[in-house]
Write a protein that binds this ligand. Structure first.
Ligand SMILES: Cc1ncc(COP(=O)(O)O)c(C=O)c1O
Length: 483
């Protein structure tokens, strides 16, 4: 490594840089080899955590090689097993080698996409065009790459606020003649509430609409709530509908006609309400067989898209499709400067000025698999989830708690006696310690569920059997222990 240059941090010559990349690549490759069959979760021992946290702020830099060795020993050795063939926790797509490599290139460029004519912006625009086509938005739909679903919903709702309450961007809610209200089902992701809070609309403005027995938004009640709020002098501005809820993966009824997929569609369109879809990864274009609305006649649809859920890589091809590619599309706020990258030299885009970086992954993922591969990929994730559900239905000690349109599953072990919720909470923890698979938990109608979401190109139908065997084996053990 060369001595300091001028003001700042040490620089590297090309050879040292290659050596450094080589060391990092070796660490990544060693991890990569372990991933498919490693434990789905490796808890760090308390002593390792304590020693790590006790490190003082270093007065002097250590040799980079030493730091990397330490990272491999203390961090890489205790991973969440994202990428392991039975990692079904949260909604996490597995890493893919091309995505990993593309990230390296992107971070080497470290482009700031806020302005200037540069190709990183074109990457973002191209990815946006492709995502818009994938989810069936009309030509000319506009969007941004942001850091995730939470930011996507925040930007989408910001666009909605300005469109429905013009002037609020500048003057705040003083510009609103009436208290605005927003509607989302009780199953909508918590980031919708956070977005409403961050935008200064206040949580009282968020109306939680009850769901039906399949955890879809109850549209009849939605209509009543909107009518009552209007009668009470409030101003309904937006319905947030989920296309793939986080708990059970169902699609809220969204539009007012039968879509080409044959989906039943319901939501009221009238009086200029906005419909803001919270993620629509498998809408019409992607999962034609599954119930999913179409943007149809929605006047100003906005979409927060996450091209991750249910996706399965069909084979060697460029890239995991960017964990971070989420796109609110077609926001009239574009006119107000929220989305202005199309202007070429356009400064003043959305919040994340560096997001084009993630776009490189998006391009890799989507260009590599191609549009045709997507439905196949999605279907095979869904097939694994359905197989888990089928096996659970066949087993006397298991109960399926919710149907799913996409690749989520929710079930529980039914203990002979005692509190099933407490039992399944402990059982979930046991599955994490066991490591054969990783799923999360949720509560549905007061019942604690073991919940998974298959977004993993390594998962097979045989893995579905392992899931059931693990739950039953650990459940029986726990019952025995509890006498
Ligand atoms: C439906 C839905 N919306 C939003 C989010 C939040 O996404 P992020 O964690 O990327 O902010 C999630 C996360 O799983 C989700 O499932």
């Amino acid at each position: 490594m060369k001595p300091d240059r001028g003001r700042g941090a040490p620089d590297l010559d090309a050879k040292d840089f290659r050596d450094l990349l080589g060391q990092a690549a070796d660490i990544a490759a060693r991890h990569w080899e372990r991933v498919p069959d490693m434990p789905a979760y490796t808890r760090p021992p308390e002593a390792v955590v304590a020693a790590f946290r006790a490190q003082p702020l270093p007065e002097r830099g250590a040799p980079v090689r030493e730091i990397f060795d330490r990272i491999e020993r203390d961090v890489v050795a205790y991973p969440l097993g994202v990428g392991q063939r039975r990692w079904w926790g949260f909604i996490n797509s597995p890493p893919h080698p091309v995505g990993i490599a593309a990230d390296l290139i992107a971070t080497t460029l470290k482009n700031n996409c806020a302005g200037t004519s540069q190709m990183a912006i074109q990457v973002e625009l191209t990815v946006m065009d492709w995502l818009a086509q994938l989810v069936g938005l009309p030509r000319g739909a506009n969007g941004l790459l942001v850091s995730g679903g939470s930011m996507a919903n925040l930007v989408a709702l910001a666009g909605c606020r300005e469109a429905k309450l013009p002037g609020t961007r500048r003057r705040g809610l003083r510009a609103a003649a009436h208290q605005p209200t927003i509607y989302a089902s009780t199953e909508a992701h918590s980031c919708v509430r956070r977005a409403v809070e961050l935008l200064g609309l206040g949580t009282d403005a968020l109306r939680l609409v009850p769901v039906d027995r399949e955890y879809r938004m109850d549209v009849a009640t939605l209509r009543q709530m909107i009518a009552a709020d209007r009668a009470g002098g409030l101003e309904p501005i937006c319905v947030v509908a989920s296309a793939g809820t986080v708990n059970t993966g169902v699609v809220d009824p969204l539009a007012e006609r039968r879509c080409r997929a044959g989906a039943r569609v319901l939501v009221p369109r009238g009086r200029g309400l906005w419909r803001c879809r919270c993620r629509a990864p498998r809408a019409r274009a992607v999962v034609p067989r599954h119930r999913a609305g179409r943007f149809g006649r929605a006047r100003s649809p906005q979409v927060a898209v996450c091209p991750v859920r249910g996706r399965r890589d069909p084979g060697p091809r460029p890239g995991d499709p960017a964990r971070h590619v989420r796109a609110p599309c077609r926001i009239p706020g574009a006119r107000a400067g929220l989305l202005s990258r199309r202007s070429g030299l356009g400064f003043g885009s959305g919040p994340p000025a560096h997001a084009g970086v993630s776009g490189a992954q998006g391009v890799g993922g989507d260009a590599g698999g191609g549009r045709r591969a997507l439905p196949r990929a999605v279907r095979s994730d869904i097939a694994v989830a359905r197989e888990i559900e089928r096996l659970a239905r066949e087993h006397a000690r298991l109960e399926v708690l919710a149907p799913s349109d996409l690749s989520c599953f929710c079930l529980r072990y039914v203990p002979g006696r005692g509190d099933a919720n407490a039992f399944n909470r402990t059982l979930l923890d046991r599955t994490h310690r066991d490591g054969r698979m990783f799923i999360s938990g949720t509560t549905l109608d007061g019942r604690f569920a073991l919940r998974g979401c298959v977004t993993n190109f390594r998962s097979t139908l045989a893995d579905a059997q392992v899931c059931i065997d693990t739950i039953v084996e650990l459940g029986e053990q726990l019952e025995q222990e509890q006498g």
